[in-house]
Design a protein around this ligand. Structure first.
Ligand code: LLP
Length: 428
């Protein structure tokens, strides 16, 4: 699952005691495990090896260029959704031919950058966008390869905010419209429309929605091929699960066992866009207890991490396992499940200092007694963690640290107050 484990009563990331990171770098800090990233990437590649897929890591899930570089060195391409992410992917040394670009509202400036870079695939979400891309290709010269993002109308059975492949969402075009898009645009010079893209949601903790979506898509691909459109690429997006509670995500081999047989002998280049399944379990958010207070019948553990570092609990009511970094040998829970009613624990809310009632990291959890100064780990924080940070309440962004074996280094320094006002160009 990952390389965060309790040894001798304290939390280690690989061979580094997490406590040592807090002492050297302070808190709040994201602590990433390089070995976990490598392991998750390799598992995905091995599981789908029969189809020799292009694995484009979803930059939106975890964007630090040092981490992107680590994955590029492993062979990863990149899935980007903005000019900023494209910039990061290139900075990390990604091969432009292995970059795919999705998003419902790509601007002309972003498309021009991507065209000049010569990226591998534009994942197109509407007729209007395709028209616009063709226009830009004409004015800049050259060609572009594109896949049409379809909306297969499949329920991924996940949170409504992260459901993307249902008919009523803004993503992609429905199957009926997809046929018409090919009729209208399929033979235009300049843009080679030879792929189909889909992404049904995130996290998708069962394989059935993929089977349903891919089966529907293959029906469309057959029809399009019969009509003379040479479809050669299928990008099935990301959405593979991660372990928030400890055992809920199928392994990469389970997704592959369901998907690979459908695509064998189909002469399609397969693209995957995993984010969460690679990054989520590869990091914790490390925070320190500022105060413990009683409010009404509740006990609040107030830590220096908050919704500005990790917004998932506030935004999605997401569950993240939390536990002290040094709980002592008696208080190490066997896994990360919700029920941690061990002897000596008591029910608390773990909250941050931000001025919002939604600013919490964990609610109604049984934790060992927490005292001012105690370190706390928020697990499964590597995906959609730091990337969704804000500066609300003028809080400088946290530091990011990468552990590799017995060593660790800062891969993003903690922001300063000066950083907070740097773009305001004031000469006060
Ligand atoms: N490809 C496309 C087109 C996507 O929209 C996404 C995620 C991915 C790939 C990667 O999905 P993954 O493998 O990471 O599940 N902020 C939310 C998740 C939003 C996902 C957006 N799209 C969260 O914190 O749960």
């Amino acid at each position: 699952m990952d390389r965060f484990e309790y040894r001798d009563g304290e939390l280690y990331c690989e061979n580094v005691p997490v406590r040592a990171v807090a002492e050297a770098v302070g808190t709040p800090t994201y602590v990433y495990s390089a070995a976990t990233f490598r392991d998750h990437y390799d598992r995905m590649a091995a599981a789908f090896a029969a189809l020799d897929p292009t694995i484009c890591f979803s930059v939106k899930s975890c964007q630090n260029i040092h981490i992107l570089r680590l994955l590029v060195e492993r062979g990863a391409g990149m899935d980007v959704v903005s000019g900023g992410e494209l910039f990061r992917a290139l900075r990390a040394g990604a091969d432009p031919a292995r970059i795919v670009f999705a998003g419902v509202g790509k601007t002309d400036a972003e498309l021009r950058e991507a065209l000049r870079t010569g990226i591998g695939l534009f994942n197109i979400e509407s007729e209007s966008e395709l028209d616009n891309l063709a226009e830009l290709v004409r004015s800049l010269g050259g060609t572009a390869r594109a896949a049409l993002r379809i909306n297969p109308d499949v329920d991924p059975r996940t949170h409504r905010h992260t459901t993307t492949g249902k008919r009523e969402t803004k993503f992609g075009v429905d199957l009926e419209r997809a046929r018409r898009v090919f009729e209208t645009f399929g033979r235009r010079l300049g843009v080679t429309l030879s792929g189909i893209h889909l992404h049904i949601g995130s996290p998708v903790n069962t394989v059935e929605p993929y089977v349903e979506a891919v089966t529907k898509t293959l029906g469309l691909i057959d029809e399009l091929r019969d009509a003379g459109y040479p479809i050669d690429t299928l990008d099935i997006g990301g959405g593979f699960g991660a372990h928030y509670e400890g055992g809920e995500a199928p392994p990469a081999t389970a997704y592959a066992a369901a998907i690979v047989p459908l695509l064998r002998d189909r002469s399609l280049r397969l693209i995957l866009e995993p984010g969460r399944s690679i990054a989520a379990n590869a990091a914790i958010l490390l925070a320190r207890t500022v105060h413990v207070k009683q409010g009404g019948d509740k006990q609040f553990v107030i830590v220096d991490g908050s919704m500005t570092e990790l917004i998932r609990p506030a935004l999605y009511d997401a569950y993240h396992f939390v536990w002290p970094v040094v709980p002592g040998p008696e208080a190490v829970p066997p896994d990360r499940r919700r029920d941690t009613r061990l002897p000596g624990t008591r029910k608390v809310d773990v909250v941050g200092p931000v001025c919002e009632s939604a600013d919490y990291l964990a609610r109604e959890r049984h934790l060992p007694p927490m005292r001012r100064g105690d370190l706390l780990a928020v697990f499964t924080a590597g995906a959609y963690g730091f990337v969704m940070a804000s500066h609300y309440n003028s809080r400088p962004n946290a530091a990011e640290v990468l552990v590799d074996g017995s060593a660790f280094r800062v891969i993003r320094r903690r922001e300063t107050y000066q950083d907070l006002v740097a773009a305001e160009q004031n000469d006060l």
